[in-house]
Write a protein that binds this ligand. Structure first.
Ligand code: HEM
Length: 516
């Protein structure tokens, strides 16, 4: 027996040494290949730049570094691992485009996060064939026509939110009430996406507490505490950290709860035949990939677990990626009174709820406000990738001191595309790029694209859904309410970029709301 224990200990030691040895060899060889790439000196031996990145205004270091070192910057993350931050247009287009995207998958840690929280759905899947299969099954549910059909849901949930805010004003002795907008934006997002995806009504807009909504929020709300920092910093190199502690338990519980709802909805969709393709689930159900014979009930090519992961993914992406955008739109309107007035005047020209086409074609102020907010407040700050092999990437501008228009990225290197740097580049957006100026979108001469939804074969498949949902909500709210902000609000790094009252912990956006 003792010899068994000794053998097991020796085997454990050997495995640890092997893993550490591989990590060290990787560090040394990567450092050698990337030695000519400029970047900041590491602030800490253990945490590299992670501590600074986490505790300063989101993205501010990326702005400084790219201004100082150019369009390819090297820095160290935790335990000395090298990270490349890339804004070179040609390199970015290559990495996220058809040629690069499957050779630059998501880093193992990011995939582990999606697998543990959502399952093996489209945000987790890698490899051209497997990804395209999942994407084809979802795409019909998020086309222009499908989103057109969801407009009535968008207006209905927007109306419910407006009714709740009216009730708060009715019950207030004052003509103005302070409303914590991020909480309502989360409720709105979950109710809307669940209605569109499954015809399921969480009824969060009733204002009652809801355990699932709270769990989803907790999962992605970091509040700059130490344990969140360790988790965020280490999961890219040691993905197994996601299974431990309070956060690990939270991840398991939320995944199980979302899964139970998705499974029930899947069962209902299999047994309920409808003539109209109403929900995302029904549309997926009729996809030939899911159902080889469209006239029989669902089943067949996609496994039930895959469908459940997919629905969990849509719910989570539809909420977590997008609900802060709603908050930032209201924040920008509250702090830019003339633009708020302009928008209200534009919306008031239409008596009822404008159709999707009408919204997109005849409301230039609304459209520019939505895009300008996404430009200045991209919910996802960095787009992460990892080289699956050693790859030579084309550059528009050679690295300073070099004449080569190619950058060799060693296998295993983690790289990121800082969205805030791309979207505030003065060369593209002008010297006032840091300012909220929606009118810039009305005089566009082409060539200016947002990167907030990424690009290429893996760009956001819910982009149309997200944009039209926020337009319906903004049009509904601006007609009825006026917004002011009396706090100093700052952005902070969480899963997405959230607002909070300056110096306070959790995410919050208290706005003063009154009737128009
Ligand atoms: C403002 C709102 C949103 C933003 C900024 C956003 C942003 C993004 C980004 C950057 C990606 C690429 C992630 C990557 O692989 O690196 C993505 C992917 C995705 N998004 Fe969105 N998203 C938003 C809303 C939505 C909504 C409302 C839905 C669903 C209804 C959705 C569903 C998805 C899905 C399923 C993917 C995976 C696509 C794939 O891998 O092929 N998103 N989103």
């Amino acid at each position: 027996m003792p010899s068994l224990t000794v053998n097991a200990t020796l085997a454990g030691l050997a495995i640890t040494l092997l893993v550490v040895g591989k990590f060290v060899v990787h560090l040394i060889s990567t450092r050698w290949v990337l030695r000519h790439v400029p970047g900041p000196r590491s602030a800490s031996l253990l945490w590299g730049e992670d501590w600074n990145l986490y505790h300063h205004s989101p993205g501010s270091h990326y702005l400084d570094w790219h201004q100082q070192f150019g369009k390819v910057v090297k820095f160290r993350g935790a335990c000395g691992h090298q990270v490349l931050s890339i804004t070179d247009e040609r390199a970015v287009a290559f990495i996220v485009g058809a040629e690069g995207i499957y050779r630059f998958p998501k880093p193992d840690g990011v995939r582990a996060w999606f697998q543990k929280t959502l399952g093996e759905g489209i945000l987790w899947v890698e490899g051209k064939e497997a990804h395209e299969k999942q994407r084809r099954s979802l795409a019909p549910a998020l086309t222009h026509q499908s989103v057109r059909n969801f407009m009535s849901i968008f207006y209905e949930t927007s109306g419910k939110l407006a009714a709740q805010w009216t009730k708060l004003l009715d019950n207030s002795p004052s003509e103005e009430v302070e409303i914590e907008v991020t909480n309502w934006a989360g409720r709105f997002a979950l109710d809307t996406v669940a209605r569109a995806a499954f015809s399921y009504d969480f009824n969060l807009l009733s204002g009652e507490p809801n355990a699932l909504a709270a769990a989803l929020d907790d999962l992605t709300n970091n509040e700059n505490n130490l344990s969140s920092f360790y988790m965020r910093s280490l999961f890219l190199i040691f993905p197994s950290i996601l299974s431990i502690g309070k956060k690990g338990e939270m991840i398991r519980v939320t995944k199980a709860e979302l899964g139970a709802i998705a499974r029930q909805m899947w069962k209902d969709a299999k047994t309920t035949r409808t003539d109209a393709d109403k929900t995302l689930m029904e549309i997926m159900c009729k996809s030939p990939l899911v159902n080889p014979q469209p006239d029989v009930h669902c089943g067949g090519k996609m496994h039930e677990d895959e469908i459940v992961s997919q629905m969990r993914t849509v719910l989570s992406a539809g909420v977590s990626f997008s609900f802060m955008h709603r908050s930032w739109v209201l924040y920008e309107l509250a702090t830019n009174a003339p633009i708020q007035e302009q928008l209200r005047a534009e919306i008031s020209t239409s008596p009822g709820d404008p159709s999707l086409d009408h919204l997109n074609l005849h409301y230039p102020v609304l459209n520019s406000v939505i895009l300008e907010t996404l430009r200045l407040h991209p919910p996802i700050l960095e787009n992460h990738h990892q080289a699956s092999e050693t790859i030579s990437v084309p550059l528009l501008d050679p690295i300073p001191g070099s004449s080569s228009s190619q950058l060799v990225i060693p296998k295993g290197t983690v790289l990121l595309i800082p969205v805030n740097v791309l979207q505030t580049d003065p060369e593209i957006w002008g010297e006032d790029a840091h300012l909220f100026r929606p009118e810039r979108w009305q005089n566009l001469k082409g060539g200016r694209n947002l990167f907030a939804f990424s690009d290429g074969p893996r760009q956001c498949i819910g982009k149309r859904f997200a944009l039209n949902e926020i337009k319906a909500l903004t049009a509904t709210l601006i007609r009825q309410f006026s917004f002011r902000c009396s706090y100093d609000i700052e952005a902070f790094q969480s899963f997405v970029i959230r607002p909070r009252v300056k110096g306070q912990g959790g995410s919050s956006l208290p706005l003063l709301v009154s009737r128009v």
